[in-house]
Design a protein around this ligand. Sequence first.
Ligand code: MN
Length: 204
Amino acid sequence: MSKRSDKLKDYMGKRDFKKTPEPGQEEPALEWTSARPIFVIQKHDASALHYDFRIEVDGVLKSWAVPKGPSTDPGIKRLAVFTEDHLLEYADFEGTIPEGEYGGGTVLIWDRGSYHIVDQDTEDSGELSEQIEKGRIVIWLEGQKLRGGFALIRTGKGPKARWLLIKMKDEEASSDEDPVSTQPESVKSGRVIEQIRDDERDSD
Ligand code: MN
């Protein structure tokens, strides 16, 4: 088994591709950008609403579920739960996963773009995958809604480990804005979550 399919075993194992519209194999994708690596934030109206924060690392999307979504205020720390790696093609997925399937609910592409690693103080911080292993990354997002530095920092150990998503203090930081509530629409289709859900219901 290749390293990539090894990483995606959890993703593939949790889904029945006869029932879910989510991507299950490689397809031409990411036509919206030539800048790499990419990030995507998907608003996911599942049993509990959350925002899936995904970044391209070594051919897959490293993923965190952020219940309240990202904040542009450096004073606010947002809980982020590390979840299974997703296919790179997942960055293009917007639609409704049937009820009863894993992750059942509606997915909206809330933001997307490219990112780069922000140099950390330590000289030997290494590749991003190593930094994730060590529990601390800082990346600069070039999205349509979010820009600037964001840190993901692991706290605690073992199965109780949690991550925090925190806006860095830079010229893109703002404590007056709250894009999660003021810009709810999809950057792919312009739709809000209810429209995506209703569109798919109508097409049944
Ligand atoms: Mn999700």
